[in-house]
Design a binder for this molecule. Sequence first.
Ligand code: GCW
Length: 863
Amino acid sequence: MDSRSKHIRRALLLAITTIWILSQNARAQSADQAWLKYAPIHASSSIPSNVLPLGDSPLEQSAAQELKRGLAGLLSESPAHNSSVIAIGTVNEIRAAYPQIAIPDVPDPEGFVLTQARKNNRIDWVIAGGRDRGALYGAFALLRILSESQKLPGSAVRSTPAMPIRWVDEWDNADGSIERGYAGRSIFFEGGKVRDDLKPVEEYARLLASVGINGCNVNNVNNAAAFLEPQMLQNLARAAGAMRPWGVRLAISVDIASPQKIGGLATYDPLDPKVKAWWSAKIDEIYALIPDFAGFTVKADSEGQPGPASYGRTPADAANTLAAALAPHNGVVLYRAFVYNHHLDWTDPKADRARAAYDIFHPLDGKFLPNVIVQTKEGPIDFQVREPVSPLFGGLTETSQALELQITQEYTGQQRHLVYLAPMWKEVLDFDMRVGDRSTPIKSILAGTAFHQPIGGGLGPPRTGLRPWGGGMIGVAGVGRDAWLGSPLALANLYAFGRLAWDPNLTPEQIAEEWTRQSVSADEAVVQKVDAMLMRSWPAYENYTGPLGLQTLTDITGTHYGPGIEGSENNGWGQWHRADREGVGMDRTVATGTGYAGQYPPEVANIYENVATTPDDLLLFFHHVPYAYKLHDGKTVIQYLYDSHYEGAATAAQFVREWESLKGRIDPALYENMLPRLEYQAGHAIVWRDAVVQYFLKLSGIPDEHGRAGNYPNRLEAEDAKLTGYQVVDIKPWEDASRGKAISCTQGPQGGAQRSCSTEWVYNGAAGNYDIAIQYFDLQGGVAKFTLTVNGQSAGPEANWSADASLPNRHLHGDNSTRHIVPNVELKPGDAIRIEGIPDGPDSAALDYIELSPATNSPLNSH
Ligand code: GCW
């Protein structure tokens, strides 16, 4: 090689390396990937572009830094030329700097006021926080207002959070995996330690602060003992440090058996003095490292975790031992009410997991120390697509309470399905429990105002006496290294969680609009379209999974993802729906059922006790009814099951077309990222629809009035085709495949692995152009390849595809049954439609069926 070409080579290498480094940086995980984008606005020239921090606390510094960064982005196309400033500080600092204006008191340290002030012939904007934390929230509020409405509001804005505890919980394990996380590995941990690179943690805290979240519990509630080891605590102090500038306090989950597991004691009995002393010393050790440590989350006596029951002690005994040691440091205990027996006798019609939380915790009301907050999932079971609100919220009037919601979509499509959860959460927050026959909506119970006078929020000193000090909301977030939640639209849920915890009176529509303007586009037409998709997504998911209070009809001992209708039956876990040949639903009435309905205050209990007054969407949660039972509009239960599944799947298909209509109007990267997700969802909605519909058709024997269920005239089954190498296999559960069967390319004639298999159908319908949907199984651990040909010719650019998604389950199942569409294929009678499948390792290139429908883009069909 001569020196010139060496030179060129070196230059090329340098260029490639630079591009690579730049692209790595571009991909570094940051809050900008979510809603803190600060895209340019058409701003009025009166917006001050100078920022004046009045205090020097770290939180005020963060606030000023964020304002500068936000304004630089927002005003980048319309720079302001004025000398006005945005002054930021605490109420006291603002009063000193602007003695001429009356700044109202802000008693809550987290609250703030935004207003204008005239000074030296300029009009300044001021952000006055109750304390520095309030100033930080005020700065984010101002930036949000600007990105949304492009101008500053005409009159002063005052805001205080509705409840003091606004936390996210992460179920991260020390090895870097995340329980029920769907966006890659942990941002906190790897290999048993806190990660060296905590930049993503800092960015996460910034994101959380922008919506007012003030705590983050970083580790899984299961298997938490190792997190109290001295080495780990030192590591955790670094994580706390990364979040501190954004006002997010670190909390951890603890294992009640820690004194024994890591402390070397012979017992973990919470009333044993040695155990109490161990916790006190451990807690002192934590506060020496993390002075603003927020507290503990506890899962005990639940799903195999140890707990006080081993010593005949109650949750209050355990919670109080921790709380007493935390109180001097101003820490709290979030004790989870998710305590139940998962070895229930499923043959006993009176057994009912839904009863557990109330049965166990209601008798303990008034026995918890003031810094204990009982943390209850929104429903009595487990984050299902719909449940009634947990009756425990009405059963603890002398105890602070927190509502636990799930941002990570465990039972609601695992971020592969678009499901905007704010409408569900809002129903919970607005639900009126009618304690004492008066208005006691859940949001007022969480705020601590339902049963007592308001006692003020914030992070003030612990209250004394057995009075609640106000509770809050906990969102199980499950963020990971894959752009926080994987799917860009799923971030609307994280955003909505924070906004609702701050102000539960916001509507899901308002929140969707705020989020979309900041995250997607401020173009009115785009905002409307995206918000309409978000708002229809939960109802759609409910429709094609488990409507009428059936809950998510998935395998509850497995992945919690695809259809598996009997997966919740005949086991001790108690998520039963009791479907049989005559009817469906679980009788939870006092009169004839498990008595669960009687756990609600009388007005609510009466509604649920009576089948006629139970809302349709919870009917099967409370009652076992015949399939021909008529809903409020006269439709039978079975027909509703059919119709809702077809409607839900049709809505998912519309999402694809609606998203396609945004092409060219939104960021191309976002467009390309979301489109395949929505296409996948539309296909998987069909898997769900067909499974549930087939199952209930077979069980009830009652046909679909519209003739759709079990009748697929345009489908060609794989098992009916001419097979070369492929073998017919049974799918479990049977309803997850068309007619219960599929074909799989596993074993060669001599028992060796197959290199490829093929299947061929002879087309005998009308001549025309068709979209061919291929239903195949995309298994983990290999990338199978497929090719579709017609009479030996490729069927177009989409005719080769790979099963390269990462879907749950290592077996052929509804979890991984996937649809691929080859559009606009010309067919005439006698044509040979052939698919060749090349398996790869465990991925056996399995196929269920193909389905033909008139081509949507065909020139023949556009007339
Ligand atoms: O929803 C269930 C999950 C478990 C989880 C448990 C809980 C952390 O399937 O993964 O464990 O609830 O909330 O404790």
